[in-house]
Design a protein around this ligand. Structure first.
Ligand SMILES: [Cu+2]
Length: 285
């Protein structure tokens, strides 16, 4: 009725070799697919040099995680198929009390993976213009060449943008010329906000009395999303807008229009400053 239990262990195939072969073949196929097919589709897209860097980082992480994921999933499937109970028999498996080789390999490989990622992360964080896209009030380095300075002013519940090189005009929307390095200064008039231009890969805290500087270069003309990424009150979710990256010609026309249309408002604005000290009583009406 049931199979001969004593004969089974003798016919055991070399599971370790079989599993390793399946895993290696799957990894060799999957890793290039992750790098070359999935990688270019990963967020936040290639809207700026900073965003492209984030796509690279996401690709590296996904490529390194793929063999680990495959090991877990393939082992699960392998175990379900190869180590299932034979029909009719209820068998005890052999008592396994550890395997020095596997344990050593596990510790060495996982340590190497984690430590190499720690080194990679640290290098990438310090590369370019400081700590990623949010470089802070005193960036470690500055990109060379001319820069378009734009100040992001956050307040409950909108962002406005000041262009000190264009008469200090303050606009309700953000337009940027393509292929021009932007020096973004992010501050707030009230509570803490966070300026997040998703497709440009730019996220910087907007805090009162703080001037957070961040650099990036938009690399293609597009419409991008702007969100507030810090819960800042009841209409936090309303702090949403679309910005635009346009040709230098279109930007010149737009900024000239803004200067003309907003001239009366610009006249009564406080002078351009890296932070502002608004008077709450005046703002409260
Ligand atoms: Cu906000």
């Amino acid at each position: 009725m049931s199979a001969e239990p004593s004969a089974a262990p003798l016919r055991e195939p070399n599971h370790a070799r079989r599993f390793t072969t399946i895993w290696l073949v799957c990894s060799i196929i999957a890793v290039p697919l992750v790098i070359f097919v999935l990688g270019p589709e990963l967020p936040p897209g290639n809207g700026s040099d900073v965003a492209s860097g984030q796509v690279t980082d996401n690709t590296v992480l996904a490529a390194m995680a793929t063999p680990v994921l495959l090991m877990v999933v393939i082992y699960l499937i392998y175990a379900i198929i190869a180590f299932r109970q034979p029909k009719g028999g209820v068998l005890e498996g052999p008592a396994v009390r550890g395997d020095a080789g596997i344990q050593t390999a596990w510790i060495v490989i996982t340590s190497a993976l984690v430590l190499s990622l720690a080194v990679y992360g640290t290098v990438r964080l310090e590369q370019g213009f400081g700590a990623g896209s949010g470089s802070g009030p005193s960036p470690l380095t500055r990109p060379k060449g001319p820069k378009l300075q734009v100040q992001v002013i956050a307040q409950q519940w909108a962002f406005t943008y000041r262009y000190p090189q264009y008469g200090g005009v303050e606009t309700p929307h953000l337009w940027l010329p393509v292929n021009e390095t932007v020096e973004l200064h992010v501050t707030s008039l009230d509570v803490i906000h966070s300026f997040w231009a998703y497709q440009l890969g730019v996220k910087a805290d907007a805090n009162p009395y703080v001037d957070n500087v961040t650099f990036f270069k938009p690399t293609r003309e597009q419409t991008f999303e702007i969100h507030c990424a810090e819960l800042c009150g009841i209409w936090h979710g309303y702090m949403f807008d679309h910005g635009r990256v346009v040709s230098p010609g279109a930007f010149a026309i737009w900024i000239a229009e803004q200067r003309k249309n907003l001239a009366a408002a610009t006249k009564v604005l406080p002078p351009y400053s890296l932070t502002y000290l608004p008077e709450p009583t005046r703002r409260g009406g």
